[in-house]
Design a protein around this ligand. Structure first.
Ligand code: GLN
Length: 253
């Protein structure tokens, strides 16, 4: 009798363990993990200790359409592509520009936003246009966020000696304020946010480069990519994305 009880207990325990493991797996399957760098307003930034912004809200809607819950992981910008490639994160979404070198490692969804690289200078700066940066004999120092497109373009166009990389756009802006660099090259919407938040800065009227933002997905995860593209189309067609963008980027006028 004792033996029967012991066997029954054993079976029960095995069942319980399997259930926990099984349930855990299922829960994981329902989580959409987003690797991002929460320092890029208005796409992702903290408000009241919570990540918010255009990317975060679009990702929430995408997850909803996929019947999943969104989990936002705040990591270094230059760790996002590798993290998506290795499967640590399901998607990478960080105002991330589609670039040939990134496409070697991950796939990108259809574009959901446009970005423009712009130049921030002090209001009284001698730099008045992008051309001044490349003028013969120019030695202006340029601050960027490490591993961004602004970083890559600036190094290509003006030489790596003149470019200093910072962990976050806000750090590059701080370096501009204290005179460590003469300008900052960064995406236009974060640039506007930084100029609003810091006195004495302005954005040059001539833009530096136009780009497309998209969502990074692991190459082998074609099923997820298809689902995301379908959901993105639905969210575009029904005006959801435009609404989210308008909430964070009020029309200028
Ligand atoms: N759009 C730029 C890039 O992809 C910057 C993105 C960011 O800093 N979050 O490199």
């Amino acid at each position: 009798m004792k033996k029967v009880l012991a066997v029954a207990l054993c079976l029960l325990m095995i069942g319980a363990i399997c259930c926990v493991a099984g349930c855990g797996k299922k829960a994981d399957d329902n989580v959409l993990t987003m690797g991002t760098n929460v320092a890029f307003p208005p796409y992702e930034y903290y408000e009241g200790g919570k990540p918010v912004g255009i990317d975060v809200e679009i990702a929430e809607k995408l997850a909803e359409k996929l019947g999943m819950t969104l989990k936002v992981e705040d990591i270094a910008f230059n760790a996002i592509v590798d993290g998506v490639k290795s499967g640590k994160y399901d998607i990478g979404m960080a105002g991330m520009t589609v670039r040939p070198d990134r496409l070697e490692n991950v796939n990108f969804s259809n574009t959901y936003a446009k970005g423009v690289q712009v130049v921030i200078v002090k209001k009284d700066s001698a730099i008045t246009s992008v051309d001044d940066l490349g003028a013969e004999g120019a030695t202006y120092k340029i601050g960027v966020q490490t591993a961004t497109t602004g970083d890559a373009y600036a190094q290509d166009d003006f030489g790596s000696d003149r470019v200093t990389g910072y962990n976050a756009g806000a750090d590059a802006v701080e370096a501009l304020k204290t005179g460590k660099v003469d300008c900052v090259i960064i995406d236009n919407e974060p640039a506007k946010a930084f100029v609003r938040a810091n006195e004495g800065l302005k954005i040059l009227e001539t833009a530096y480069a136009d780009e497309d933002y998209a969502i990074a997905v692991a190459k082998e995860n074609t099923e997820l990519l298809e689902k995301i593209n379908k959901a993105l189309k639905e969210l575009t067609d029904d005006g959801t994305i435009a609404q989210i963008v308008a909430k964070y980027i009020p029309a200028e006028g």
